[in-house]
Design a protein around this ligand. Structure first.
Ligand code: HEM
Length: 418
């Protein structure tokens, strides 16, 4: 979709600048005049919310880095020092720690929105795949950031997850050990590991920022999807992004920030693990090593498979499979709203993902393992069996002919004049 620019510089300086570097034109065309479907609901405000989350994490993170000490001896106490002695350090630290969770709440809503309305389907495949890469980078960033606190859960979490690479020994003997020791920078998780995690934790958010720029660029090439899954076909189907979508984004953002502030000011440790307030101790293993809540479904998948290598493959596979869903989903239409059968399977998938999250926090034994296997099976079956088969056999329910009709109940073409 190539748009002709409607930007007209209003001042002489603006015109002079526009002829040399049309950055204002780019901003105007992308965020002011950009046509948005008129029927977007609040789930479409999460892209903007995520952009704000990224900025909040970068600013609060850089401020924390000014006081943090990335060494095994000082890391834990430097975080305590930030919380107790640095001016507003408690606030900056709470914002950054709670912010990581809020970022994941927002990204899961954003992903499920995309899955429900078929936003990954052509022509939005690249947009979606960039999203999956962003998600992977977010996971890497939060995993390494959690290590920096150098509490018990930081240390043992890193030990468990980096040890997964030793499963490569099952393919080539010695390879896994080599890779693991290379990651650690020694023979165990140590201050050396902490220091390199700090370097990478500072770097990855800027990689995410670059990916987000590409993500939004791709979005502006193909245009936004919407609850009907229909494309914009006529001027009456769309409204300019400013003020309409921007105001709606602002309302969504405001509500999100209230929740964010509630966590920061009233229950900053609610989403974290109490054991991480004990300093890392390589000689004491915590009874339950559990990752942060946003990793739990993947952790459940890892432990559901009886072999170590199999578990690692399943865990990474559960994210990589998302790359292929634009082609695995054979449905002619995008939105689940008009798919009477698929919507039940979508509900089942949502329940499976939540159940895996619950099971990830439970010990890997008895009935918990059984159910983790059942839901892991459905997780993969949903993408590899349900999506390809259902798309072919399902008959969609009655749909509006256009976005305008979905909003006004009729589309007699009279709106086209506006
Ligand atoms: C830092 C993380 C992310 C940021 C800042 C971000 C930003 C955005 C923005 C601003 C939009 C347009 C507004 C909207 O539709 O909500 C958008 C749309 C979209 N994003 Fe993301 N995104 C992120 C992560 C992801 C992830 C992880 C995925 C999928 C795995 C994804 C998939 C999509 C898709 C498919 C759309 C188009 C939606 C539609 O038009 O229906 N995004 N994103």
């Amino acid at each position: 979709m190539a748009h002709s620019s409607s930007y007209v510089p209003t001042t002489r300086l603006g015109k002079w600048f526009d002829e040399r570097l049309p950055v204002m034109r780019l901003a105007y065309d992308s965020f002011v005049a950009f046509p948005c479907p008129r029927n977007l609901n609040y789930l479409w405000t999460f892209g903007g919310i995520l952009s704000v989350c990224l900025v909040i994490q970068i600013i609060s993170g850089i401020t924390l880095a000014m006081h943090y000490q990335p060494s095994a001896e000082e890391a834990f106490n430097s975080v305590e020092n930030i919380r107790r002695n640095v001016n507003f350090g408690w606030l900056i630290r709470n914002i950054h720690a709670v912010g990581a969770s809020m970022f994941f709440i927002a990204v899961y809503i954003h992903i499920f929105r995309g899955l429900y309305y078929g936003s990954y389907k052509a022509p939005r495949e690249i947009l979606w795949i960039l999203g999956v890469f962003i998600f992977l980078a977010m996971m890497a960033a939060s995993f390494m950031g959690y290590a920096l606190v150098w509490g018990q859960m930081s240390f043992w979490g890193v030990t468990v997850i980096t040890n997964l690479f030793s499963a490569l020994n099952e393919i080539i003997p010695g390879l896994g050990t080599m890779v693991t020791q290379w990651l650690w920078g020694g023979y165990s998780v140590s201050g050396t590991t902490l220091n390199r995690f700090f370097a990478l934790h500072y770097l990855v958010p800027f990689v995410i920022l670059g990916l987000v720029v590409l993500h939004i660029w791709a979005l502006h090439v193909v245009g936004q999807n919407n609850p009907t899954g229909l494309e914009i076909k006529q001027p009456s189907d769309a409204v300019p992004m400013t003020p309409y979508a921007v105001m709606k984004d602002a309302v969504g953002l405001f509500a999100f920030l209230i929740l964010f502030a509630w966590f920061v000011f009233y229950v900053p440790d609610y989403l974290g693990d109490a054991d991480n307030y004990n300093e890392a101790n390589p000689l004491v293993t915590p009874p339950h090593i559990v990752p942060e809540w946003y990793f739990l479904p993947f952790y459940a998948i890892l432990r559901a498979i009886p072999s170590k290598l199999g578990g690692v493959i399943a865990m990474f596979g559960s994210i990589i499979v998302l790359v292929f869903i634009p082609w695995l989903d054979t449905s002619r239409i995008r939105s689940t709203k008009y798919r009477p059968l698929y919507r039940w399977f979508f509900l089942l998938f949502t329940i499976s993902a939540l159940a895996l999250g619950y099971l990830g926090a439970k010990p890997a034994e008895g009935v918990y393992v059984f159910w983790a296997r059942v839901f892991t099976f459905y997780y993969f079956a949903h993408f590899l069996l349900v999506m390809p088969i259902l798309g072919i056999i399902e008959t969609p329910s009655a749909m509006p002919r256009s976005i305008t009709e979905a909003v006004l109940g009729k589309d007699d073409g009279s709106e086209k004049k506006h």
